[in-house]
Design a protein. Sequence first.
Length: 290
Amino acid sequence: MNPDRTHIAPPNTFALSEGELIALQAQAAQALGLPDVHFYDALSDGSAAPGLAVIPAGTFEYGAAPEETAPDEERPRKAALIERSFAIGVNPVTTEEFEAYARASGWEPREELLWLSGRMPVIDVRQSDALDYCAWLSSETGQHYRLPTELEWEYACRAGAATAYPHGDKIGPDEAVYNVRKELDAARSQSSHPVTSRMARCGVMEAGKLRPNRWGLFDMPGNVWEFTASPWTRDHMSLPDRPQAGGPQAVVTKGGSWFDGPEDCRAAARRRRLESELDINLGFRVVREV
């Protein structure tokens, strides 16, 4: 029997040391028969799909801590169980990775919108584009790719950290790409109005250049907001918002971005966006079931 599928109670990741968290990840990879905690699948042409990191099963608390300065939409803090290990993108999906799908499917970016290149996170894509990309990856690799839920995203971002950020209660430009000129005001409810190329020069940075978290994930805080699969809720006690008839669903995005202040890089921070939105500070990363 695969040990990762037994009914042993998953550990409380908030109670583990950094070394124990790294060991937990390695044990999960070994139980799954993977050669390393970081791996990738091959596409049909032999090239590499996005790099992945194993995220071990465990318990944690999501949302802002009682002592944390945060808007009501991030409260209350609640305990949660991640029952099964999963794998998540080491980086947000990059432009060159998305372009492999675009060439195969005939997808084209809109001419009037900004398009980046290379290892820059892909931007100006809708949630439906992200879902189509996941479906294409699944077809190419024979594995199941999808978007993370809000809980999975925050669990992976925290990597056992009960603090506001993955490495403590403060963050600096060596850990995340954010707008250093914006004052820290985590209690302010943030605007969901999109940033357009007419409003700001794009400040996206190449993925994977700054400090990773304890499970080896880059750019979880900052760089670009990331779509999740979760519909928007007003707070952590409310039911999901229902769209107007024929209208787009509001969804949860996580992570903050180059345009926003450091408060939006907190693990608990969340932003309401529409599934149909396109923006130069909005991208995604993938989950692969294991």
